[in-house]
Design a protein around this ligand. Structure first.
Ligand SMILES: [Zn+2]
Length: 368
C-alpha cells in the first residue's frame, strides 16, 4: 500500500513509498485494531520533519511515514478489543509509551524520558498511508455526526489538554473564577482555543495580525462568539486599557517565541498563561526581565505548556468539538480550508504547507 514518507535527517525528502499492509496480529494479546485511513491533517510539524529539523526513522527502516493527525474507520479488531468495533469512526493518539513511571500509568504525554516515540514524528511510522494497526488503548471514538470535523481531533486534544492542565494547576488558588481570556494567534490551535474558551463561558478576545475585513480567521473567531482584534489596529495593552482589566487566562498559539514571552506582560493577577507554540529555531529576544519577574512573583501567575494529548485529552477535545457543533453549527468545518485529494498529491500537500498561507491542509485519503 501507498504511504507518504521522508528520509530523516535529509532536507526536503518527501516521497511516496510502497509498504506492506499492516497485520492485526502485530499487536499482542488480541488487542489490535485495524483502521482504514480516511483523512489525515498536516501542519507545521510535518513541514519541519520534511525540513530535517527533527524526526527519526523507526529502527530497521531508512524512512519515516509522516502524518500524526488521523481520522479513520475501524475495519477489524482483535478478540480482546472492547473499546471499538468495525464500522466505528476513530481518531488515534500520537505518542507511544517509553518506560518511565508516567508511561506506566498511561500518561506517556508527560513522559520523563528524553527519547519519545511519536507516530509520524519520531521513531514510529505515521498515518499518511492507507491502513494502520495499533493497540486498543490509543483509539478514541468519533461520533458519526462529527465525522466532517473528525480530522481536527488531534489539534483539539492539544487545546483541551492545555485548558485542563491550567485548571488543575489553578486549584492552588482555592477560588478561581476566570472570566476574560486572550487567545494569541488565529491558526487552527488559536481558533479551537477560541471555541473552547467561549464554550466555557469566557469573554474571549482573539488576537492576530491580519485586519478583520475579508479575513476568514476573523470571521470564524467572531462566529465562535469572540471579539477578533487585529494587532495592527489595537495592541493587547490598548485593549486592556479599553476593557479596564487584564485577562485571567491567555492561550498563546502564534508559533512565535517572541510573542510567547510578550504574552507574559499582559496576564492578570492570579492568571494562567498557556503556551502551545513549538518553536524549532534559535531566536534571541530581549524582554523586560525585572518587570516580568516582579509582576509574576507578586501576582501569583502561572505558566504551563501543552503538547501531545493522551487519549483522555482526545476524548475531551472530541466532546468540545461536538458541543461546538451544537453551539456554533457549521463554524468549525470552515477551519478545514485546503483539502488535498489522495496520497499521490503529496507534493501539493507539502507546497501548501510551505506557503504558510493555508489555514488547514488535510489529505482525503479514502472514502468509507
Ligand atoms: Zn499536528
Amino acid at each position: 500500500m501507498k504511504a507518504i514518507a521522508v528520509k530523516p535527517p535529509q532536507k526536503n525528502s518527501v516521497h511516496l513509498v510502497d509498504i506492506p499492509n499492516p497485520e492485526l496480529n502485530s499487536v499482542a494479546n488480541g488487542r489490535g485494531v485495524l483502521v482504514k485511513v480516511m483523512q489525515v491533517g498536516v501542519d507545521a510539524t510535518d513541514r519541519e520533519v520534511n525540513d530535517g529539523l527533527y524526526g527519526n526513522s523507526p529502527d530497521g527502516d531508512d524512512f519515516l511515514v509522516i502524518g500524526h493527525e488521523v481520522f479513520g474507520q475501524v475495519v477489524e479488531v482483535g478478540d480482546a478489543v472492547r473499546k471499538v468495533k468495525p464500522g466505528d469512526y476513530v481518531a488515534c493518539t500520537v505518542r507511544r509509551p517509553g518506560t518511565s513511571i508516567y508511561d506506566d500509568i498511561g500518561r506517556n504525554d508527560i513522559t520523563s524520558e528524553e527519547v519519545y516515540f511519536e507516530r509520524g514524528i519520531n521513531l514510529r511510522h505515521g498515518y499518511l498511508t492507507e491502513y494502520f494497526v495499533d493497540e486498543e488503548e490509543f483509539f478514541v471514538r468519533v461520533p458519526a455526526g462529527l465525522k466532517h470535523v473528525g480530522v481536527l481531533a488531534e489539534p483539539a486534544s492539544v487545546v483541551a489538554k492545555g485548558l485542563e492542565q491550567a485548571n488543575l494547576a489553578q486549584q492552588r488558588l482555592q477560588v478561581w473564577q476566570p472570566r476574560t481570556a486572550f487567545v494569541m494567534g488565529s491558526g487552527q490551535i488559536g481558533l479551537l482555543a477560541t471555541m473552547m474558551l467561549s464554550l466555557r463561558g469566557y469573554e474571549v478576545f482573539t488576537f492576530a495580525r491580519g485586519t478583520a475585513e475579508g479575513n476568514l480567521k476573523a470571521e470564524i473567531a467572531t462566529e465562535y462568539g469572540a471579539r477578533y482584534v487585529s494587532t495592527n489596529e489595537q495592541t493587547p495593552q490598548e485593549l486592556i486599557k479599553e476593557i479596564g482589566k487584564k485577562p485571567d487566562i491567555i492561550f498563546e498559539a502564534t508559533g512565535n517565541s517572541r510573542l510567547a514571552f510578550q504574552a507574559m506582560e499582559y496576564l492578570g493577577l492570579n492568571g494562567a498563561l498557556i503556551w502551545s507554540s513549538v518553536t524549532g529555531g534559535d531566536n534571541q529576544v530581549e524582554v523586560p526581565a525585572d518587570r516580568i519577574n516582579l509582576e509574576w512573583v507578586l501576582g501569583n501567575k502561572l505558566l504551563v505548556g501543552t503538547v501531545n494529548g493522551n487519549w483522555k485529552h482526545f476524548e475531551q477535545g472530541i466532546a468540545d468539538l461536538s458541543l461546538g457543533e451544537q453551539m456554533f453549527p457549521g463554524v468549525t468545518e470552515r477551519i478545514l480550508t485546503n483539502p488535498v485529494e489522495g496520497l499521490d498529491n503529496y507534493r501539493e500537500m507539502m507546497t501548501l504547507l510551505e506557503s504558510g498561507k493555508a489555514l488547514k491542509v488535510f489529505v482525503n485519503v479514502a472514502d468509507e
